[in-house]
Design a protein around this ligand. Structure first.
Ligand code: GMT
Length: 374
């Protein structure tokens, strides 16, 4: 098949999933065309069967803002025609599904089918903006198929948009050869001393991630467990997080590593992953942690319970209940037998339920069904 993929190429779960999907499809012999504003961050080196079409936006003094969405739609249309795409798979309703709709209108005789994957923020956050609701709904409604990365997101989309359309839940996936428990003593040595545990959190430090809760949980845990907290990522709440660390006197034990491209080694060096988010459609980072054999303690928001099994691969509590989350974390980190059983179960679940092969085959089947449709 010839498949176009559009996504946000910057660091983030949706871009990671879209890029890994493209790589996996190319590895299965499909021709993949990324239609993007930048080379996707997870693309890595050269991959046979992968083409990258980068958007060049026009600037002109009269235009206060470059017509980015329109240029993207035009590039999609051109790529559909030039490479005779069978499928255009866009990740995020906004702006990509709307752009794909426009692109299709530009090539009305072409049989290309549009698949939109909803990743969460497009539905749970952007839909709160009245001015965007109709555009998101249009993109969803006009797609040939719509998927959501969790059942929770699928349901929420129906509740918020009342779209008259089937939405299929296709879970995200993880490469368990990349995210795997490894003897990463070198990395671990840089993060903590041998007797200390490492608690990890990675995110884009937006409010929905509740990074202050991560720090408060750690503050309670470190009173009983010799440990360090490692924070990876950057975003609007970074300053507040740094202030809180200072206020709580945790300066020497909390490490802010900033944005990191290669996180697999950090996951492998961690003992526990914290994800106390207010909203989370899936929680790809939780899956990556589990794949590395790292149990997760977090909130039961959104799709997280579909990934992390409470009491088996981690523990979940209500959003904001830092005392409960800290108690769970402490119990895992102080009971070696319990910890080992969670670690093994976490990796097994990642391998069996969320493998690349399993989930990518589901996307391929969806593409095939659409191509057979007139
Ligand atoms: O979590 C974010 O803020 C980033 C966001 C994105 O657009 O990349 O992540 C969303 O998509 C990921 C991949 O499907 C999911 O794992 C995240 O749960 C989801 N984030 C939210 O729903 C807040």
């Amino acid at each position: 098949m010839r498949i176009g993929i559009s996504c946000y190429p910057t660091i983030g779960g949706s871009g990671a999933v879209a890029t890994e999907l493209g790589k996996a499809l190319a590895g299965r012999g499909h021709q993949v065309h990324f239609i993007v504003t930048d080379v996707p961050f997870r693309l890595g080196g050269f991959h046979p069967n992968i083409y990258v079409h980068e958007l060049d936006t026009m600037t002109y003094p009269v235009l206060r803002t470059p017509p980015y969405d329109l240029s993207l739609a035009a590039l999609m249309a051109r790529t559909i025609e030039r490479y005779d795409l069978d499928i255009l798979h866009v990740h995020y309703a906004l702006p990509f599904a709307a752009c794909a709709f426009l692109a299709k209108e530009m090539v009305p005789d072409h049989r290309v089918k549009v698949v939109t994957t909803l990743h969460g923020t497009d539905v749970t956050v952007l839909a709160q903006d009245d001015t965007l609701v109709d555009v998101i709904r249009l993109g969803i409604q006009k797609s040939d198929a719509v998927t959501a990365v969790s059942d929770n997101l699928r349901q929420q989309t129906h509740e918020l948009f009342h779209v008259n359309k089937d939405i299929f839940c296709i879970y995200n996936f993880v490469d368990s050869d990349v995210f795997r428990p490894k003897p990463v003593q070198e990395v671990k040595k840089c993060l903590a001393s041998p007797e200390e545990k490492v608690l990890l959190h990675t995110s884009n430090f937006r409010k929905v991630k509740r990074v202050p809760d991560v720090i408060r949980i750690y503050d309670l845990v470190q009173r009983r467990v010799p440990s360090r907290l490692v924070l990876v990522g950057e975003g609007p709440e970074l300053g507040e997080a740094q202030n809180l660390v200072r206020q709580l006197g945790l300066g020497g034990r909390v490490e802010f590593l900033g944005k990191q491209d290669e996180v697999a080694e950090l996951f492998a060096a961690a003992d526990l992953f914290l994800l106390p988010s207010e909203k989370e459609s899936f929680g790809l980072v939780a899956l990556e942690a589990m794949s590395a054999g790292v149990p997760v303690v977090g909130s039961n928001a959104g799709g997280i319970p579909e990934v992390v099994v409470h009491g088996q691969t981690g523990y979940l509590a209500d959003v904001g209940d830092v005392n409960q989350m800290a108690a769970y974390a402490t119990s895992l980190l102080t009971d070696e037998a319990l910890y080992q059983s969670f670690s093994v179960a976490a990796r097994e679940r990642a391998i069996h339920e969320f493998s690349v092969d399993k989930q990518v085959a589901i996307y391929e089947e969806l593409y095939r069904q659409l191509m057979e449709r007139e």
